[in-house]
Design a protein around this ligand. Structure first.
Ligand SMILES: Nc1ncnc2c1ncn2[C@@H]1O[C@H](COP(=O)(O)OP(=O)(O)O)[C@@H](O)[C@H]1O
Ligand SMILES: [Mg+2]
Length: 237
C-alpha cells in the first residue's frame, strides 16, 4: 500500500494559540487509519487542519501534490471530504435535501446528484425509508448515517470522519462502523477519529495515538492490540 495522504510536521492554530504541534501521519491506499486519544488531544484539530478550515503550517501532500495552501472548498474538490464532529446536518431540510447539499458542495449536476443519492442510499437502507423526513426528526444514528451519506455525495477519494460513534448506543455504533467498513471495502480510504480505543483497533488498519496536540505513538492496529503497554494505558488493563 502506498501513502495517499502524507502529513509532515503539521501545526495548527486557533488565533495565535498553537494547538497542534508538528504532527506527522499518513493514510495509505485502501486503509482505515485511526486517530485515538483523550478529549482535547488534538484529533479534531488535525482533521480541521487537513481540510483547511483552520490556519496551519507544515506540509500536506495528497495524491502526490501539496494541498496545504488550498482553501477548504478546493481541498474538498480534490477529494478529501470531512464529516465533522457533531454531524452538522440541516435540521430544517429533508434527508434528500441534506444529501443534495453534499453534491452541490463539489458542483455536481442535478442528474449526477440524483444518481449519487441512489448509490449512497445502498449503504443506508434506513435512510431510504426516511428520505422525505426532516433532519430534526431523525435519531442520533440516522443523523450520523446522513452525515456520512452527505459526505459520500461529494465523491470522496479520502473520507475523514470525526467521532461517528459520539452519543450513539453500542448497537447503533456497530451499524455505523459496519457501514464505514463497507465504504472502505469499496475502495475509499478513511481517516477516522475515535475515542474508544477498542473500536479504533478493531476497525482501523493503522492507529495513531494523540496526546496534548502531538502524535505520540503509532503502529499497525493488530500489533498495538497485542501491546501490553497500550492495553495498560488505553484499554484499562
Ligand atoms: N474552536 C477552538 N478554539 C480554541 N481552541 C480550541 C478550539 N477547538 C479546540 N481547541 C483546543 O485545541 C486543543 C485540541 O482540541 P481538539 O482538537 O478539539 O481535541 P479532540 O478532538 O482530540 O478532543 C484543545 O486544547 C482545545 O481546547
Ligand atoms: Mg474532537
Amino acid at each position: 500500500m502506498t501513502a495517499m495522504l502524507e502529513v509532515e510536521g503539521l501545526s495548527a492554530y486557533y488565533g495565535s494559540m498553537e494547538s497542534l504541534h508538528a504532527a506527522s501521519l499518513r493514510v495509505k491506499r485502501g486503509e482505515i487509519a485511526v486517530l485515538v486519544g483523550a478529549n482535547g488531544a488534538g484529533k479534531s484539530t488535525t482533521l480541521r487542519a487537513i481540510s483547511g478550515t483552520i490556519r496551519r503550517t507544515g506540509s500536506i501532500t495528497f495524491l502526490g501534490e501539496r494541498i496545504d495552501m488550498l482553501e477548504p472548498e478546493d481541498v474538498v474538490r480534490r477529494g478529501i471530504v470531512h464529516v465533522p464532529e457533531g454531524r452538522k446536518i440541516f435540521a430544517g431540510m429533508t434527508v434528500r435535501e441534506n444529501l443534495e447539499v453534499g453534491g452541490h458542495a463539489v458542483g455536481r449536476s442535478a442528474a449526477s446528484i440524483r444518481d449519487g443519492i441512489e448509490e449512497a442510499l445502498n449503504y443506508f437502507p434506513r435512510l431510504k425509508e426516511r428520505i422525505g423526513s426532516y433532519g430534526w426528526s431523525l435519531s442520533g444514528g440516522e443523523q450520523q448515517m446522513l452525515a456520512v451519506g452527505r459526505g459520500l455525495m461529494a465523491q470522496p477519494k479520502l473520507m475523514m470522519l470525526d467521532e461517528p460513534s459520539l452519543g450513539l448506543a453500542p448497537l447503533v455504533t456497530k451499524t455505523v462502523f459496519e457501514i464505514i467498513k463497507g465504504i472502505n471495502d469499496n475502495g475509499v480510504p478513511v481517516l477516522l477519529v475515535e475515542q474508544n480505543v477498542g473500536l479504533a483497533l478493531r476497525y482501523g488498519h493503522h492507529c495513531y495515538v494523540m496526546e496534548t496536540g502531538q502524535v505520540v505513538k503509532d503502529g499497525a492496529s493488530a500489533e498495538m492490540a497485542d501491546d501490553p503497554a497500550i492495553a495498560k494505558a488505553y484499554l484499562g488493563g
